[in-house]
Design a binder for this molecule. Structure first.
Ligand code: BG6
Length: 522
């Protein structure tokens, strides 16, 4: 019998025998999808395009409508034009009939300021008018794609307008999607969370971290727990260290105002990178139920060793990009970007070393780095295994063997590779490192859905696995606060600079080289 995995790379059909018997995902339920900030940047770039792609895939519920809601004066027709333009610009697939005709009739607009109770009365009236037409029970999703300062007032107004249903009422649902940043620090995150829990139940809240919706990030769990060969080695006995890199080519662009208040630690580490760390380091969950997976991830955060004030200088490097070139284009340097202070001390790069104090990871350093305007857009998790014993092929310390490295590539060239040692052909016994490589693109052919597509669908299905629970947000903040507080009290004004288009400052190299290791070249 031929092995079905030896077929030519192709799009895998749902009828493929290898998929037989696997659990189907949850079903999206009929609902109204209200986008606060419906004409804003995120809505135009990701949400409208994402919903349209879900429509093309035929996975949206048949009973479904969208309402864009914001102060902007628009009407249904104008909103539909804006949606068409946004989808033409940002969608991974072009506008196609008959999908577009069916999708566009579902789009509607309600104008009103978020702090005005009357606006919510209009929103409620519109929902009550549209829902019977589309056969939607009172199932409502409110996507808060708005500034953090508007979250509280919006939630209170939703509640007063009677738009948040009782979580115990199974005949209807209200679900709230909250975008990052959830707070600026632990205190503000706690305050947003406190408001959320005043207005609704934790089961109604979906805090987005879009990294969790990326296909390859979800594949970390599949790779670890659907294969027998990795898990026995996945611990301090066999692993030397782990590197997590999220490198971006882009600078701050038009987001200077936001970024000045954030910086790389708040913008990327507190959320995306710590989530990658959790998935890499968590214990095997006993089920894929949302609470079980989230409990297991939370344990990793609970075990993250706090970086003490006296350790910050040794364990953490921050820096700012200076003038340089990225992909041949001139970059002015962070302090000369729009809406950035000329003497800004906001970091655009961070590298740090941390430890997870539990049985599995005792003594294994995790090196994390992320930055803007770096040499290349590349995100990966690299697990470096310990050296084989110093006998046979590894006797001479001057020519030590390269260790095994398992790399999970998150983007852009999604896949997985494993470096192993092999004999070089010839009469001598010479060992050479070779790479086994799996690439999503060449194996599965089709384009992966965008993270937001998956996440919006999960909210429609009521599956919170890929969303941040309150405790995860707050524990991550409290870990990050050790570093932020220490920076705050040191008051440093001038950070090390790295040339735009490079891999960061020399101080980051020293951080890891001091431990006898090296950053991977990506
Ligand atoms: C966002 C950050 O959360 O993630 C941005 O605010 C960053 O600064 C972006 O550029 C990176 O996301 P992705 O999906 O492009 O890797």
């Amino acid at each position: 019998m031929s092995d079905p995995t030896e077929q030519e790379p192709t799009e895998i059909s749902r009828d493929n025998p290898l998929l037989a018997g696997q659990t189907a995902s949850l079903q999206p339920q009929p609902c109204s999808f209200v986008i606060f900030g419906g004409a804003g940047d995120l809505s135009r770039r990701k949400l409208l395009a994402g919903l349209y792609n879900l429509a093309v895939d035929g996975v949206l519920p048949a009973n479904f409508c969208v309402i864009g809601f914001a102060r902007t004066t628009l009407d249904d027709e104008k909103y539909r034009e804006l949606a068409r333009e946004s989808i033409e610009t940002f969608s991974r697939r072009p506008i196609q009939e008959p999908y577009w005709t069916d999708f566009v009739r579902r789009l509607h607009w309600v104008s009103g300021p978020f702090n005005e109770p009357d606006a919510y009365a209009s929103l409620r009236d519109r929902l009550e008018e549209l829902e019977p037409n589309f056969g939607i029970p009172c199932n409502r999703i409110f996507y808060l794609s708005i500034a953090p300062s508007l979250i509280e007032v919006s939630l209170e107004n939703l509640k007063s307008a009677g738009l948040i249903s009782d979580p115990a009422d199974t005949s209807r649902f209200s679900r709230i999607i909250v975008e990052k940043p959830i707070g600026q620090d632990l205190e503000s995150a706690q305050s947003i969370n406190a408001t959320l829990s005043k207005v609704c139940d934790e089961s109604q809240i979906y805090r987005i971290d879009h990294y969790l919706g990326k296909e390859t990030v979800q594949n970390i769990l599949a790779m670890r727990f659907a294969n027998a060969i990795f898990e026995p080695l996945w611990n301090q006995k066999y692993i030397d260290h782990v590197q997590i890199t999220v490198a971006e080519e882009v600078g701050v662009g038009t987001r200077g105002n936001y970024y000045e208040e954030a910086g790389a630690l708040r913008d990327m580490v507190q959320n995306h990178i710590l989530q990658l760390l959790c998935l890499t380091a968590m214990e095997p969950p006993w089920s894929l139920k949302d609470e079980v997976v989230r409990d297991h991830k939370q344990e990793v955060l609970n075990c993250l060793r706090p970086i003490q004030p006296h350790e910050v200088d040794d364990h953490v490097v921050r820096a700012q990009y200076g003038p340089g070139y990225v992909r041949g284009a001139d970059v002015p340097g962070y302090r000369r970007e729009a809406n950035v202070a000329p003497d800004s001390s906001t970091e655009t790069f961070i590298a740090l070393k941390c430890y997870i104090d539990n049985w599995r990871w005792a003594g294994v350093p995790f090196y994390l780095r992320t930055g803007k305007c770096m040499a290349k857009r590349a995100s990966e998790i690299a697990v470096t295994f310990k050296a084989v014993p110093h006998v046979l092929f590894n006797v001479d310390p001057a020519v030590a063997l390269e260790p095994n490295v398992l790399v999970l590539r998150i983007q852009p060239d999604e896949g997985l590779s494993l470096r192993i040692a092999s004999k070089l052909p010839g009469s001598k016994m010479q060992i050479y490192p070779v790479k086994m490589d799996f690439s999503y693109g060449s194996t599965f052919g089709s384009q992966s859905p965008e993270a937001y597509e998956r996440l919006m669908l999960d909210v429609m299905a009521g599956d919170a696995t890929l969303f941040m629970r309150r405790d995860a947000v707050e524990t991550s903040w409290s870990w990050v606060m050790n570093v932020l507080d220490s920076w705050q009290s040191s008051g440093a004004r001038w950070l090390p600079e790295y040339r735009a288009g490079t891999w960061g400052p020399v101080e980051a190299d020293r951080l890891i080289e001091g431990d006898g290791r090296k950053w991977r070249t990506l």
